[in-house]
Design a protein around this ligand. Sequence first.
Ligand SMILES: NC(=O)c1ccc[n+]([C@@H]2O[C@H](COP(=O)([O-])OP(=O)(O)OC[C@H]3O[C@@H](n4cnc5c(N)ncnc54)[C@H](OP(=O)(O)O)[C@@H]3O)[C@@H](O)[C@H]2O)c1
Length: 239
Amino acid sequence: MNIALIGYGKMGQTIERIALSRGHKITLRITSGNRNELTADNLRGTDVAIEFTRPDAAKNNVLACLEAGVNVVCGTTGWNEHVAEASAVAEEHKAAFLQASNFSIGVNIFFEVNKLLASLMNGHPEYGVMIEETHHTQKKDAPSGTAITLAEQIVQRLNGKNKWTLNDFNEKDGVPILAHRREHVPGTHTIKYSSEIDDIEIVHTAHNRDGFALGAVLAAEYIAGRRGTFTMKDVLGIK
Ligand SMILES: NC(=O)c1ccc[n+]([C@@H]2O[C@H](COP(=O)([O-])OP(=O)(O)OC[C@H]3O[C@@H](n4cnc5c(N)ncnc54)[C@H](OP(=O)(O)O)[C@@H]3O)[C@@H](O)[C@H]2O)c1
């Protein structure tokens, strides 16, 4: 498969290593320094573009690829408000689009555990819920896209919760997310239900970036040759 890497930072370079080890070719590398080279001409022959850049750049990059008819896997977080538009453009240009707040297989299993736990906790208002996330200090967005996904899953299942809040425990109908930034942490997420009697906690700890990168390459392999909008549940066969 010919892969264009849009964003060649920590994630782009890890994805390159894993894609090469799975027999794929990297045919284009785009950073902020050469972003004018992201053209339909340069994308010709690309099977899938994998986009990991920054929140304010993702929309333009993703649309440029989709408008050129190139399938896109996007891992950039912090641009949720434009993701639906990208799906519409994919549809219009007969391309495929897959965006995920977290590509790791472990986190996608963790998402399912989070949903089940939230459903079980629904009849037990004596437990308060909170999410804690910790990431490295270069991360641009807070809370993390993964924490937002976890919070939305809880909001959909827990009566009386309507939104997430950032570092704010005062809103009764909110799921509070505490965001910490510490050196060298690839990504840790904790969901905690606390009552006066006991606590229930589930935790996912990423040890490095390889899990995110492998998931992104698996997603690229899955959408190659397909059309439409997909999720990691499709890639991992989670019902
Ligand atoms: N979904 C997931 O599983 C997952 C996992 C990890 C990270 N992420 C997200 O992925 C994104 C990238 O993370 P990272 O750690 O790889 O960041 P990073 O190390 O800062 O790399 C960002 C890359 O994007 C390039 N870039 C910046 N602006 C650009 C533009 N306008 N057009 C094209 N390229 C541009 C940068 O180029 P320069 O160096 O030249 O500026 C750099 O190569 C973040 O949003 C992060 O939250 C998602």
